[in-house]
Design a protein around this ligand. Structure first.
Ligand code: PLP
Ligand code: COI
Length: 369
């Protein structure tokens, strides 16, 4: 594979207590109810890089817990990031990955920011492929979900001082999932004014593990109040940032407005949706910082009313329609709270490409042979 070391027993194999995690029996999985709950598949894969930054040849092993010192940099200082991808069964029975190279590249840019060794693209892709293949029985049937793929990159070397780890663990595990929210049914979100997700020049754009725990408390409060999730705003409370796990977009007057900000994740689904809208559907796409007032029809947008449609995009969320948003005590409804026509067409196009139902004119999918 090129840019990596070879040796008999890899550091990764030595780190995993192989077979120590009992796989969830296949027969116990109910594809109708799978949701986003935890299951364990039989195999995981990965590789470790030392201080020279070179990863060993990746290996697939039986799933197990990791031997990791309490002094690991990832545990103490949060030097850890991850990716989220999916393998889906297609209409032709073939299994497809979606824009996998983009996940590898996003992980590489996060790794540089977090001073972790960068997994070469080919090593990333080969490990993902091998782990998917090893667990292929766990890929849900067409229309019942996907195999969620979680590549992780963590500093596992020991550090007392807050300095980068000399050891980087790259590990890939997978598990079957269904809908993250409600599939193609509307959710309600809370525009969050009490908490922010990311600092203006911080690392909200990195898929850093540490970006997620701070969202637990606001999300728990929002869920307790009946919302599916929180929509985070920028530091001034003026612009829409993103949901804790998905990007935000809206439709108004036939145009698609997609929220951009330097502190949000550069979503691969968001980019796909924008390209499909622009290139395949001839829809005008406005990709820039998005004023909350525009979404809700307030202030200078008062005469226009709230968005005609709103949705969030992500690997887990796919395209999840948002039927209403609450700011303070006021609830704003989009498109009568029904899934809108643009949302439906975009969902259909994206789902069609991912499952091979429609031609992949963008070259986004990779068949897992
Ligand atoms: N924003 C956040 C914070 C996320 O965790 C995700 C999920 O990966 C996204 C946006 C959507 O990104 P993508 O479409 O690449 O999955
Ligand atoms: C994804 O969409 O892949 C994510 O990472 C979101 C999440 C489940 C945290």
């Amino acid at each position: 594979m090129g840019n990596e070391k070879r040796q008999d027993v890899s550091r990764f194999e030595a780190m995993v207590i192989q077979g120590s995690l009992e796989p969830t029996p296949l027969q116990s999985l109910d594809w109708e109810k799978i949701g986003f709950s935890m299951t364990v598949t039989p195999f995981m894969g990965g590789s470790i890089a030392g201080v020279d930054g070179l990863f060993e040849t990746p290996v697939v092993v039986r799933s197990g817990v990791l031997r990791m010192p309490a002094q690991a940099c990832a545990l103490n200082y949060g030097q850890s990031l991850f990716e989220g991808m999916k393998a889906r069964r297609g209409v032709d029975g073939k299994v497809r990955l979606f824009r996998a190279r983009d996940n590898a590249r996003r992980m590489a840019s996060g790794a540089e920011r977090f001073m972790l060794a960068v997994p070469p693209e080919e090593l990333f892709l080969e490990t993902v492929m091998d782990v998917v293949k090893a667990n292929k029985e766990y890929i849900p049937p067409l229309g019942k979900g996907s195999l969620y793929i979680r590549p992780l990159l963590s500093g596992v070397g020991m550090t007392l001082a807050p300095v980068p780890s000399d050891t980087t663990l790259f590990v890939v595990y997978v598990q079957p999932v269904g809908a993250y929210f409600k599939g193609l049914a509307c959710i309600g979100v809370k525009a969050e004014v009490a908490y922010q997700r990311a600092a203006a020049r911080g690392t909200g754009w990195v898929k850093a593990a540490g970006n997620y725990a701070p969202c637990f408390q606001p999300a728990k409060k929002a869920k307790a109040a009946g919302f599916a999730d929180t929509l985070f705003l920028d530091h001034g409370g003026e612009y829409v940032e993103e949901v804790g796990s998905a990007n935000f977009a809206m439709v108004k007057g036939g145009k698609l407005y997609v929220a951009d900000s330097p502190s949000i994740l550069k979503g691969i689904t968001r980019d796909s949706v924008m390209r499909i809208a622009r290139e395949s559907m001839g829809i005008d796409v406005v990709f820039e910082p998005l004023r909350l007032d525009r979404v809700l029809g307030l202030g200078e947008f008062a005469s226009q009313g709230p968005a005609d449609e709103a949705f969030c995009t992500g690997t887990a969320a796919v395209i999840s329609p948002i039927g209403s948003m609450t700011l303070g005590e006021t609830n704003y409804v989009f498109g009568g709270g029904e899934v809108g026509p643009v949302t439906t067409r975009l969902y259909d196009a994206l789902d069609g490409i991912q499952t091979g139902r429609l031609p992949d004119s963008y070259g986004w999918t990779t068949i897992v042979e």
